[in-house]
Design a protein around this ligand. Structure first.
Ligand SMILES: Nc1ncnc2c1ncn2[C@@H]1O[C@H](COP(=O)(O)OP(=O)(O)OP(=O)(O)O)[C@@H](O)[C@H]1O
Length: 589
């Protein structure tokens, strides 16, 4: 069903890190055990060094100690690599689920929300935010292990010499406080950086989409300036982040040096006093050196965790946006169309576009018969496209009621409502998919080749499609594209094949030549014999043949009747027709 996300594997919002990590328990436990083994091998090394130094002093054989050391080193490295790979698999699965989940969610958001957010910004969540979140998997497992390693090392160090350990702990405590203060500020900075990335992506995508116009008007410098402004914003916020980030290794180095000097001075004094042996001091120093990477992992890991959590919040903010379908849609069954009810009825419908101060439709009422051609006419900005959007429930009325096939539009599950309609928009949009796939959008089952050929012939596209490099299986949109008029006819063929009760056509003849306009009229007349065809029309040739004409102006319905009646009784309609056709056409059909 069209309203369902693509696979059972997809995410149920909100995105929860712990749930994702726990989704593959065996793999996670194996990864953790391998990481523990690698850490243990690392911890054993200084003890083995201590043993070798002791064996050397006591003139015992060094071979067993050296063999054990080599085994611990190689085994530890192997365990670390395997653990990393298992974690990567968990991370990739999680990122896959997040990406698919975000994309599925974004496709199901209301159109005005998607427009307001911008395509580039939404794309940034799937690309850079998901990537940032990906690294959290390693970090989330590295952090406890690093903490464990530091604690275990400290334990062994206490066992070797508690005084030196106390000195080390004091130095590390100062270090930790400083790093934590920096990390807290990094999270909000990462969020700011990702917002800025989204803004750049948004403007860049919009500019690429408008590239023909930009080139035609030599507007590259204007676009450059705006893009450079966005890039500058990102640079500024990233620099603040870089300043914070650069502080971390500096503080770490300082802290480590401080700890080392304090330990060497204290250890030297204790050696001189005879309270510490050389072998124990050597082992202690090795352990101290070994805590350095773990402490570094802890500090940088917290930084990456903050970045990942900021990205998670941004992803969850998107996933929390309500979908356009009602939450109970899945549980509702579609009503059966009332046999004698009109196709569409508007009762006092008003609508104001988000962000617009003025209503696009004001208390609009009209009815579209179950079969026949209904033309919606009126000057530019009258509200014709808005009315069509309300029928398709791309937007919902601010006031009033819309009924479709005898039932309140709200009582239809969204997917079932749209399955009753074919829609040809002003842009004659084609998906980046094969001609065959484009033609079959909205169909429940695949169409046979004969059926496709018939639809293409009806719109005069059979030869054009045959000339494509792979015919019906040519991917449209990039190298192989169609002309504006061909796209328009493709969209019409799609509407023909969809076989729905209602066909909504928004200015479908604007790019058709004389012959194809004639074809279009024939198709519309054929369709209108069995279905309700609503055409937003500017061309008189379409309007004159309509069974029913709805005249709109400034968001209201001025009058509705057939063409001859409107000509006689509706002055704005007469004026509209006269402005397009001249007085000679005012005579009627
Ligand atoms: N996305 C939008 N956001 C804000 N206002 C909008 C939006 N789309 C349309 N409008 C406004 O709503 C009003 C009706 O627009 P609509 O596109 O429905 O008119 P129309 O009759 O189809 O015009 P045209 O014949 O020029 O296509 C206009 O004043 C327009 O400026």
């Amino acid at each position: 069903m069209a309203d369902q996300p693509p696979t059972a594997e997809t995410l149920v919002p909100p995105f929860r890190l712990r749930r994702e990590l726990a989704a593959q328990p065996v793999r996670l436990v194996v990864a953790l055990l391998l990481a523990v083994a690698a850490t243990a091998a690392g911890l054993a090394l200084p003890l083995l060094v201590q043993k070798i130094v002791g064996d050397f002093s006591a003139h015992r054989s060094l071979a067993p100690g050296l063999l054990m050391m080599a085994g611990a080193a190689v085994g530890g490295a192997l365990a670390q690599a395997l653990s990393g790979f298992q974690l990567a698999r968990i991370g990739e699965r999680m990122t896959y689920r997040l990406r698919v989940g975000i994309m599925a969610h974004a496709l199901r958001l209301p159109l005005p929300v998607v427009r307001a957010r911008g395509t580039g910004d939404l794309a940034a969540r799937v690309t850079s935010d998901a990537q940032l979140l990906r690294q959290v998997v390693e970090v989330a497992t590295q952090l406890p292990l690093a903490a464990l390693s530091v604690l275990a090392t400290l334990g062994v160090m206490v066992w070797i010499d508690w005084v030196l350990t106390a000195v080390t702990v004091a130095a590390l405590a100062v270090l930790t406080v400083l790093v934590l203060v920096i990390m807290r500020r990094m999270r909000s900075n990462v969020s700011g950086q990702q917002d800025a990335v989204g803004r750049i992506a948004q403007r860049f995508t919009a500019n690429l989409e408008a590239l023909t116009t930009i080139k035609a008007y030599r507007a590259e410098p204007v676009a450059d300036r705006a893009l450079a402004g966005d890039a500058e914003e990102l640079r500024a916020v990233s620099l603040t982040g870089a300043r914070l980030g650069a502080l971390v290794p500096a503080v770490l180095t300082l802290g480590n040096q401080f700890a080392m000097i304090a330990v060497i001075l204290t250890g030297g004094a204790r050696l001189a006093a005879g309270d510490l042996e050389v072998a124990a001091f050597a082992a202690f120093l090795l352990y101290l050196l070994q805590t350095v990477p773990s402490v570094n992992t802890l500090a940088t890991g917290f930084g990456r965790l903050q970045a990942g959590l900021a990205a998670r919040d941004r992803c969850n903010e998107l996933l929390a946006l309500p979908l356009e379908a009602d939450p109970d849609d899945a549980d509702r069954t579609a009503p059966a169309p009332e046999p004698d009810a009109p196709a569409v009825v508007f009762r006092s419908v008003s609508y104001t576009h988000a962000g617009s101060g003025e209503a696009a439709l004001r208390a609009v009422s009209f009815s579209v018969p179950r079969t026949g051609l209904t033309a919606v006419v009126g000057p530019s900005g009258a509200g014709k496209t808005t009315a069509l959007s309300l029928v398709g429930r791309f937007v919902r009325p601010s006031a009033g009621a819309i009924s479709v096939l005898g039932h309140d539009a709200g009582s239809w599950p969204l997917g079932a409502l749209r399955a009753r309609m074919a829609y040809v928009d002003q842009a004659f949009t084609l998906l980046e998919a094969t001609a065959r796939e484009n033609l079959q959008l909205g169909r429940v089952g695949p169409a046979a080749d004969g059926e496709l050929a018939e639809a293409l012939a009806a719109v005069g596209l059979a030869e054009d499609v045959a000339r494509l490099p792979q015919g019906l299986d040519t991917v449209l949109g990039r190298e192989s594209d169609l002309s504006g008029g061909q796209r328009q006819r493709m969209a019409l063929a799609r509407a023909l094949l969809a076989d729905t009760d209602i066909v909504l056509l928004d200015e479908p003849t604007s790019q058709l030549d004389g012959l194809n306009e004639l074809r279009f009229r024939e198709i519309v007349e054929r369709l209108a014999r069995r279905r309700a065809v609503v055409v937003v029309a500017h061309r008189l040739s379409t309007v004159q043949r309509a069974d029913h004409v709805i005249m709109m102006n400034r968001g209201t319905v001025v009058d509705a009747a057939d063409h001859p009646t409107l000509l006689t009784r509706c002055l704005p309609y007469r004026e509209l027709v006269a402005s397009q056709a001249g007085p000679s056409l005012l005579g009627g059909r």
